[in-house]
Design a binder for this molecule. Structure first.
Ligand code: ADP
Ligand code: MG
Length: 148
């Protein structure tokens, strides 16, 4: 089954608000991929998810640390940014399975770089610009994949 929903965002507040909704609806063990170019709003969306989960701490892209765990919300948030992963074997070193198949909501920025390691059952979130619709416009597509 593949269900796909498209959202239109006209600024960071819209993207944040969509994230907040996803965070409120998030369930334990949920795995989300987050793809889109640099500066498209992946971290903004994740900050909204954190808010929706009830996390008050600041959330930033864990580009250099790869993973950041937040335990202060309704369920844990595992926020990964794999942009700087050189080789998928580095993911095993950080113990990624603990996050991919853990108790919390896991979201992976740049998930397409480690495609072969990812759980097949997942929420795929893709953010794209469309400059014809303005500099701040983003099309956000969310697909539930692998659910039977
Ligand atoms: P990424 O994590 O994808 O590299 P960030 O979330 O760090 O990107 O940054 C997105 C940037 O784009 C922010 O500076 C944000 O203010 C800006 N921006 C402009 N329009 C939007 C939008 N519609 N949604 C999200 N961010 C937007
Ligand atoms: Mg980011």
């Amino acid at each position: 089954m593949k269900t796909e929903t498209v959202y239109e965002s006209y600024g960071p507040e819209d993207t944040f608000a969509l994230g907040e909704k996803l965070g409120r609806e998030g369930v334990p063990g949920q795995f989300c991929t987050l793809t889109g170019d640099l500066g498209v709003g992946k971290t903004v969306l994740t900050q909204g998810i954190a808010k929706g989960l009830g996390i008050e701490e600041p959330v930033n892209s864990p580009t250099f640390t790869i993973v950041q765990v937040y335990e202060s919300g309704r369920i844990p948030l595992y926020h990964l940014d794999v942009y700087r992963i050189g080789d998928p074997s580095e993911m095993e070193e950080i113990g990624c399975e603990e996050y991919f198949y853990g108790e919390g909501l896991c979201i992976v920025e740049w998930a397409d770089l480690i495609e072969e390691l990812l759980p097949e059952q997942r929420t795929e979130i893709m953010i794209e610009k469309d400059l014809e619709k303005g500099f701040d416009y983003r099309r956000i597509t969310i697909k539930e994949v692998g659910l039977s």
